[in-house]
Ligand binder design. Structure first.
Ligand SMILES: *Cc1c(COP(=O)(O)O)cnc(C)c1O
Length: 398
């Protein structure tokens, strides 16, 4: 294991800058962390919205965008919404998460995963991650449930808090798929619905099947910093027609179709994606295969450039997966964690926009009191990850 044997070697930050510049281009040009690559039909489609006045909550591009998302991922249905957070909130409601329930998720995630849970009146419950994927560790989850959970009254209850466990939400960190077969097995054993937060993993596959398609429902994000963007946007993907229908209904104010009557049958949400955003999203889907190719190329170049740098490694896709390599991650060796901020300062100082990973959710004030297991891997990884510039146009496809 080269990585471990080198992990105590002190590296030189100048060497890191040199290796990164080798990949993204020399000189002193400012290189952002991630920018969208807008091309192809974007101008035509968006202009058509402007020219026809179909800019808002109705229009043909929304339906087309949903078809693109379903076709690309292989899901039977996709329902477009205003952003990935809204998609998560909707998905959690539709699998039956209710006020007071606990929702199992990694602590190392973007805050939206925990926030969407809170929007349901539910409580995040944090489980540790594994280093291979930086996502939920199925073995730790299984052992944790064996310790704290019991089947009671048709559900699974946390014996320590007395609360029902409503769902399990794995997240595919930086696009790298978690070990889904093992997770599905644990969820099935406990009768827990799985909602995949695939916000970062459009174009990532687990054993040949697109991420987001392993639970009852998965969600995607089309925010400006994701692999492709609709300006803002999200989608639910599912093979469950009925769930898709209900998703469409409650995200469009739960209005019953009628020529003129405003009849809403439940409390709905105004979560629909505007046609203007869907138009940009449709154009981006046409670019997606090329962008994914470029991103793999970029990831390979980083791996090569940092291969001989002691004390660091570049995160690679797990053996079972094909990752979209949304964001490249430099991992400092365990002995170097105390140097993270020094590295961030040095790279930013060299006009390379780099970022640490999110502060784990259990360290944020509003989620500090949430139930959790011991999170040693989460806490170690959170101190050692540095995301490198990862825009697709840093490695243009042929
Ligand atoms: C981006 C992201 C979201 C939310 O998506 P938005 O479209 O920004 O609301 C949710 N979860 C994760 C892990 C994300 O990275």
């Amino acid at each position: 294991m080269t990585v471990q044997s080198q992990s105590d070697t002190r590296f030189d930050t100048a060497r890191l800058i040199e290796s990164a510049r080798q990949v993204v281009g020399g000189g002193s040009e400012f290189i952002p962390l991630h920018t969208p690559t807008i091309g192809g039909s974007a101008w035509t489609y968006v202009k058509e919205c402007l020219d026809t006045g179909w800019v808002s909550s109705a229009g043909a591009y929304v339906t087309r965008f949903e078809e693109e998302a379903a076709t690309f991922t292989g899901a039977k249905r996709a329902v477009a919404v205003v952003n990935g957070t809204a998609a998560l909130h909707t998905a959690l409601m539709l699998v039956g998460v209710e006020a007071g329930d606990e929702v199992i998720m990694p602590s190392l995630t973007f805050v939206a995963t925990a926030n969407a849970t809170r929007y349901c009146g539910a409580v995040p419950h944090f489980v540790d991650i594994e280093t291979r994927s930086l996502g939920l560790d199925p073995a730790k989850l299984a052992a944790h449930l064996d310790r704290i959970a019991e089947r009671r009254g048709g559900g699974t209850v946390n014996r320590e808090t007395g609360q029902r466990i409503g769902a399990v939400v794995p997240m595919h960190t930086f696009g790298h798929p978690v070990d889904l077969d093992a997770l599905v097995e644990v969820c099935d054993r406990w009768g827990l619905p799985m909602v995949e937060d695939a916000a970062e993993s459009l174009g990532s596959y687990y054993k040949g099947r697109h991420t987001g398609r392993f639970g009852r429902v998965g969600i995607l994000s089309f925010n400006g910093n994701k692999v492709i963007t609709a300006g803002a946007g999200g989608a639910l993907i599912t093979d469950d027609e009925q769930l898709a229908e209900r998703a469409k209904h409650i995200t469009t104010t739960a209005k019953r179709p009628h020529r003129w009557a405003y009849y809403h049958d439940v409390t709905g949400y105004n979560y629909r994606m505007p046609n203007l955003n869907a138009a940009l999203g449709c154009a981006q889907f046409e670019q997606l295969p090329g962008l994914l190719e470029a991103k793999r190329k970029l990831a390979d170049r980083y791996a090569e450039a940092f291969a001989d740098v002691p004390g660091v490694s570049i995160l690679r896709e797990p053996a079972y997966a094909r990752s979209n390599y949304w964001l490249n991650a430099l991992l400092l060796g365990e002995g170097q964690a105390d140097r993270r901020d020094e590295v961030l300062d040095a790279l930013c100082g060299a006009d390379l926009q780099v970022r640490p990973v999110w502060i784990p959710m259990h360290e944020l004030p509003m989620y500090q009191q949430c139930p959790r297991m011991d999170l040693p891997v989460t806490e170690s990884i959170a101190r050692r990850v540095i995301n490198l510039p990862s825009s697709a146009d840093l490695a243009p496809s042929a």
